[in-house]
Design a protein. Structure first.
Length: 149
């Protein structure tokens, strides 16, 4: 399965395409309703409640044979702890080796923003990010399918 942390995910259509190619279920998890394709492989899951309700829902269900798509670094860390593969919308694969640096960078940037040192956000999403994401998602899915054999 592919879990999509969907509230601000710019690559949902790409996820649907890859999932359809391999016959994989997609769970689109959000705090509010999002339009999803009319496809039996795609399920919209609306969670309500606390700020991290969508994250908690994903972490409770994700397994080592699943992929999470998220730009939320703490969620990525939690999914990795459960043994899942994790990919951000720009095509960055999070691993056990890289997540510590990502969490530390996130904390540093939050500190710098709070102190007024940094005022900009992340670089804009570009076509090459979408292309990189598609390739990395395909690679992850193929690796998971090979591991099942």
């Amino acid at each position: 399965r592919i879990y999509v942390d969907a509230d601000a995910c710019p690559v949902k259509d790409e996820v649907y395409r890859v999932a359809k190619r391999y016959g994989l279920a997609v769970l689109v998890v959000s705090n509010g309703r999002i339009r999803v394709p009319d496809d039996p492989l795609v399920e919209m899951v609306v969670v309500s409640g606390l700020f991290d309700a969508a994250d908690d829902w994903i972490v409770e269900r994700i397994t080592p044979s699943d992929v999470a798509v998220t730009s939320d670094i703490p969620l990525a860390s939690r999914c990795l702890t459960k043994g899942a593969r994790v990919l951000d919308p720009k095509g960055k694969v999070f691993t056990e080796e890289s997540i510590g640096d990502a969490l530390a960078s996130r904390e540093l940037m939050a500190y710098l923003r709070d102190s007024g040192e940094v005022t900009g956000g992340p670089a804009p999403f570009e076509a090459r990010d979408r292309s990189r994401f598609l390739q990395k998602l395909d690679d992850l899915v193929q690796a998971l399918l090979k591991a099942r054999r």
